[in-house]
Design a protein around this ligand. Structure first.
Ligand SMILES: Nc1ncnc2c1ncn2[C@@H]1O[C@H](COP(=O)(O)OP(=O)(O)OP(=O)(O)O)[C@@H](O)[C@H]1O
Length: 810
C-alpha cells in the first residue's frame, strides 16, 4: 500500500495504524493470503471541525508490505514491481494493479513524474526490461518487445496509442486467450520509444477535475508490455557454436538460417493497471457527466470486487462444480481475467487515504486487498514451440521482406538504368532540337543581315550615283579620284603582297617537285643497276648450272671408260697367258740351235705373240707383251672401221695420271693409232705386227699430241657427226678445268652479290638520309613526299627480292 498525503486529511492515521506490515516476500502464487481480518475490539474517537465526536472501529490486516509517507518510488518499485518484471522476462504473465479511492496516488505510483526520482512503476519497469535485455548478451538470444495502451472509459475500450472510433471488443480464442480485438501493438526497441508511447497515451487518457483530484483519472488504464524471448537450442548439428553463428547471421540478414534450427520462444506479458478511483458521489459532489463516470467506475470496481470475492472462495459452485466468477460483468474484469485467478503473477497495490473522512473507502479498499490476497493464481511459463509467437512471425516476415527488398532493389536498379537511359536519350533529342533551332535562328539572322547589307549597298550606290559635289557627280570629283587611286594602290599593294606570297609558295612547291623528281630519277637508276646485276647473276647461274652438267657427264663417261679399261685389261691378261703357253710349246719343239733366232724372232714377234703367234719368255718378254697389247687393243677396235666406234681411247687422260702402266698403254694406243692408219685396218695382228714400227720412244710427247688434236690420224674422225659432242668439245682434262671454272664462277657470284648488296644499301641509305635531312622540307608538297616514300618502298622490295634470289643454291 502506498499511503497518500491528502492535504486536507493530514494527521489522520487510521489506515496506517490499522494495516500492519507483513512479510515482504511474495507467495509463490503471486498473492499472499491474509491471515487476519475483521474489526478489532478497540475503538478510536475523533472530533471534527464542528466539535462533534465520532467513533471509529479499528481493524487489523496483514499485507506483504506497507508503505508510509516517507517511502520512495524506488522502494515501492524494487519491492513490488521488479520481481514481476523479471518474471515477465522469464516468460510469465505479470500484472501490477493500483487500486484505491480517488486521489490516493494510484497514477502517481504507476506513472509518477517522468525523468526524476519520482518516476513511477511503469517507466522503471520499462527501463528494467531493456536493461535486462541488454545484459543478456548471449548471441543465441533474441528479444522482441511490444507495447499497447488502452483505457476503459464508461465501459468503452479505446486504444490510447491509435485513436479511432473506439469501443474495441474483448475476444477469447485458444491461440491468443483473452485479448482486445483490434488493439494496436507497437514494437519498441528502447525505453525512449516506450516513453514516447506513454506520453502519447497519457495525452489521450480521459481525466477530469473533481473535488478530490484536479486531474482525476476517469478511466481505467492498462499499459501492456509483451516480451518475447527466443533462444536457439544448441542440440542441433554443430552445437552451441553453430547456433550462435546462425543467430548472428540471421541478425545480420544473411539468408539460409533460422527455420532449420530449433529454438524456444518464451512470451511474458506485463499488465500495468492504473484503475480509476472509487468515489462516493456525495463526497466528490459529482454531477452530470462526472456522475455518470463515477457510476460506471464504481460499477466496474464493484465487479472487480465480486470477481475477487468469487475467486477468494466466497462464490457458490456453479453447474460444473466450479465457482462462478463474474468476469463478463465488466470490461475491466474481462480483460484482466488471466490476472485474476489465471495464468499470471498479480500484485495489488491498494491505495488508501489517511483522511478520517475517507474512513469507509479506506476500509473498503483494505478489505478488498485483504480478499485479493486469498486468490490463488496458476502462473506458468509461456513457452511456444510452434510458430504462434509474433517473434517467429516477425522472423518469417523479415526473411520474406528481405527477399522482397532484394528483388525490389534489383528492379529499382534496372528501372533506374532504363530511366537514366531514357532521360539521356531525351536530353540528347532536346539538345539536338535546340541546336537545330539555334542554327535556324542564326541562319535567318544572317539572311536578314545579308538582305540588309544588300539593301544598304544598293542605297549607297544609288546615293553615290545621285550625289553631286560642286555640280558634278561624286565620281567625277578630284577628291573622289584621289581616294579611288589611294584605294586602288592599297588594294594593288595587298594584291602584290599576296602574289609574292603565292609565288614563294609556288617556288617552294616547285623545289619540292624538283627534289622529288631527282629522287625518282636516282631511284630509277638504282633500280636499273639492280636489274642488270640481277640479270648478270642469272646468267652466271645458268653458266654454273651448264658447267655442272658437263662436269657430271664427263665424270660419268670417265667411269664408263674405266669400266671398259678394266675389261680390256682382263682380256689382255688372258691373251698374254695364251702367248706364254704358245712360246713354251715352240721352245719345246725348236731346240737350242734356234735359240738366237727365237730370241730375235721373239723380239720381232712380240706383236705377233700378242696376237697369238709366239710368246716371249721371262719378265722382259712379259713386259713387252703387256706393253704391246695395251696399245694394240684400241688399234684392233679402230681397225674394225665402225663409224660408231667409241671415242674411249682419247678420254683416257685422267686415268693415265694414276698408273704408270696405264700411261704406257696410252702411249701404246697413241702409236697404235698411227699404226691403225694403215691401209688394211682389218685387225689382223700378225700383219700389223710385221709392219708396225718399234714401240714409241717418247710416249708422253705422243700423248700430248693426241690430246692437242684428238681426231688427228683417226679415219672417220674428220666428220663431226661421227664424234660425240662431249668427246670432241671438251679438252682432255675437262673435269679439272670444269672444277676450276666452277670455283671461279662461284667466287664471281659471291663478289657480285656483295657488290649488289652494297649498292642497294647505299641507295636506301641515300634516300632515307635525303628524306630525313629535309631535302623535301616541311613546306614540300605532301603528295611528292608520298610518291617518294612509295618509290623507296619499291626499291626496298626490289632489294629484298634480289637478295633472296641471290641466296646460294648449293
Ligand atoms: N506519494 C506521493 N507523493 C507526492 N505526491 C503524491 C503522492 N501520491 C499522490 N500524490 C499527488 O496527489 C495527487 C493525486 O494523485 P493521483 O492523481 O495519483 O491520484 P489517483 O489515485 O490517481 O486519483 P484518481 O483516481 O482520481 O485518478 C497528485 O497531484 C499527485 O501528485
Amino acid at each position: 500500500m502506498n499511503p497518500s498525503f491528502g492535504t486536507e486529511l493530514t494527521g489522520l492515521s487510521l489506515a496506517q495504524t490499522s494495516a500492519s506490515a507483513g512479510p515482504t516476500s511474495s507467495s509463490e502464487h503471486g498473492l499472499s493470503r491474509s491471515n487476519e481480518s475483521g474489526p478489532l475490539s478497540a475503538r478510536t474517537t475523533y472530533s471534527d471541525d464542528d466539535g462533534a465526536v465520532k467513533l471509529y472501529n479499528s481493524y487489523r490486516f496483514t499485507f506483504d508490505t506497507v508503505y508510509g509517507p516517507s517511502s520512495s518510488q524506488e522502494e515501492v518499485y524494487a519491492q513490488c514491481a521488479r520481481p514481476a518484471v523479471l518474471n515477465v522476462l522469464q516468460g510469465y504473465n505479470a500484472s501490477i494493479i493500483a487500486y484505491g479511492q480517488t486521489g490516493t496516488g494510484k497514477t502517481f505510483t504507476m506513472e509518477g513524474e517522468e525523468g526524476s526520482d519520482r518516476s513511477g512503476i511503469i517507466p522503471r519497469a520499462i527501463q528494467d526490461v531493456f536493461s535486462s535485455i541488454a545484459r543478456d548478451t548471449g548471441e543465441r538470444c533474441r528479444f522482441l518487445v511490444r507495447a499497447s495502451y488502452l483505457q476503459i472509459y464508461n465501459e468503452v475500450i479505446s486504444d490510447l496509442l491509435k485513436p479511432g472510433p473506439g469501443n474495441l471488443g474483448v475476444r477469447e480464442d485458444r491461440r491468443r486467450g483473452v485479448h482486445v480485438e483490434g488493439l494496436s501493438e507497437w514494437v519498441v526497441r528502447s525505453p525512449g520509444e516506450v516513453f514516447m508511447l506513454m506520453r502519447k497515451g497519457a495525452a489521450g487518457r480521459t481525466t477530469g477535475a473533481t473535488k478530490l483530484n484536479e486531474a482525476s483519472s476517469r478511466s481505467h488504464a492498462i499499459f501492456m508490455l509483451t516480451v518475447e524471448k527466443a533462444v536457439l537450442l544448441d542440440d542441433g548439428p554443430g552445437g552451441a557454436s553453430a547456433a550462435g553463428l546462425a543467430a548472428a547471421m540471421e541478425l545480420a540478414g544473411v539468408p539460409g538460417t533460422g527455420p532449420a534450427l530449433r529454438q524456444t520462444v518464451r512470451v511474458g506479458k506485463l499488465n500495468l493497471v492504473d484503475l480509476a478511483g472509487s468515489e462516493r458521489v456525495h463526497v466528490t459532489g459529482a454531477t452530470g457527466q462526472r456522475l455518470e463516470e463515477s457510476k460506471k467506475i464504481n460499477q466496474s470496481l464493484s465487479t472487480l470486487g465480486n470477481v475477487i470475492s468469487a475467486l477468494a472462495g466466497g462464490a457458490r459452485a456453479g453447474r460444473e462444480g466450479k465457482p462462478h466468477v463474474p468476469y463478463r460483468d465488466s470490461k475491466l474484469t474481462r480483460i484482466l481475467e488471466d490476472s485474476l485467478g489465471g495464468n499470471c503473477k498479480t500484485t495489488f497495490l491498494a491505495m488508501i487515504s489517511p483522511a478520517v473522512e475517507a474512513y469507509s473507502e479506506s476500509l473498503s479498499t483494505l478489505k478488498f486487498a485483504n480478499r485479493a490476497k486469498n486468490v490463488r493464481n496458476a502462473p506458468t511459463v509461456n513457452e511456444d514451440l510452434d510458430h504462434r509467437t509474433l517473434l517467429r512471425k516477425y522472423e518469417l516476415e523479415l526473411r520474406r521482406l528481405r527477399a522482397e527488398l532484394q528483388q525490389k532493389s534489383k528492379d529499382l536498379v534496372d528501372k533506374r538504368l532504363l530511366l537514366e537511359l531514357d532521360a539521356a536519350r531525351r536530353r540528347e533529342q532536346a539538345d539536338k532540337l535546340a541546336a537545330i533551332s539555334a542554327l535556324e535562328r542564326q541562319s535567318a539572322e544572317i539572311m536578314r543581315h545579308k538582305a540588309a547589307m544588300a539593301a544598304l549597298q544598293g542605297r549607297i550606290s544609288l546615293m553615290q550615283s545621285q550625289l553631286l559635289v560642286g555640280g558634278h557627280r561624286v565620281e567625277d570629283t578630284p577628291q573622289f579620284r584621289q581616294l579611288l587611286a589611294a584605294e586602288q594602290d592599297r588594294i594593288r599593294g595587298q594584291y602584290q603582297a599576296r602574289l609574292a606570297e603565292l609565288e614563294a609558295e609556288r617556288e617552294v612547291m616547285a623545289e619540292g617537285h624538283a627534289q622529288v623528281e631527282r629522287y625518282r630519277v636516282l631511284l630509277c637508276k638504282q633500280r636499273d643497276i639492280m636489274t642488270a646485276l640481277t640479270q648478270r647473276l642469272g646468267e652466271r647461274d645458268g653458266q654454273v648450272l651448264a658447267l655442272q652438267g658437263k662436269l657430271d657427264a664427263a665424270l660419268a663417261r670417265q667411269r664408263e671408260l674405266e669400266d671398259g679399261l678394266d675389261a680390256r685389261t682382263a682380256e689382255m691378261l688372258g691373251m698374254r697367258r695364251a702367248a706364254t703357253e704358245a712360246a713354251a710349246d715352240a721352245a719345246t719343239q725348236g731346240g737350242p740351235a734356234e735359240e738366237g733366232e727365237t730370241e730375235e724372232g721373239a723380239t720381232e714377234g712380240l706383236d705377233g705373240a700378242a696376237s697369238g703367234g709366239g710368246a716371249p719368255q721371262g719378265s722382259a718378254a712379259d713386259a713387252a707383251l703387256e706393253h704391246t697389247s695395251l696399245w694394240r687393243i684400241p688399234a684392233v677396235r679402230i681397225g674394225a672401221g665402225h663409224e660408231e666406234r667409241q671415242p674411249g681411247p682419247m678420254l683416257l687422260g685422267p686415268h693415265t695420271d694414276t698408273s704408270s702402266e696405264a700411261g704406257s698403254s696410252v702411249n701404246g694406243r697413241g702409236a697404235s693409232s698411227q699404226g691403225d692408219a694403215g691401209p688394211d685396218g682389218d685387225g689382223r695382228t700378225s700383219d700389223t705386227a710385221s709392219q708396225s714400227p718399234a714401240p714409241d720412244p717418247a710416249p708422253s710427247a705422243r700423248r700430248a699430241e693426241v690430246l692437242a688434236s684428238p681426231a688427228a690420224g683417226i679415219p672417220g674422225t674428220d666428220s663431226p657427226a661421227a664424234r660425240p659432242a662431249s668427246a670432241t668439245k671438251l679438252p682432255p682434262d675437262t673435269p679439272t678445268l670444269l672444277q676450276t671454272k666452277l670455283e671461279a664462277l662461284r667466287r664471281e657470284r659471291s663478289a657480285l652479290r656483295s657488290i649488289l648488296q652494297e649498292k642497294v644499301a647505299v641507295v636506301v641509305a641515300d634516300a632515307e638520309r635525303s628524306l630525313r635531312s629535309g631535302g623535301l622540307n616541311a613546306e614540300a608538297p605532301q603528295d611528292a613526299v608520298k610518291k617518294l616514300s612509295q618509290q623507296l618502298a619499291y626499291v626496298q622490295n626490289l632489294v629484298g627480292a634480289t637478295i633472296s634470289a641471290m641466296a646460294p643454291s648449293e
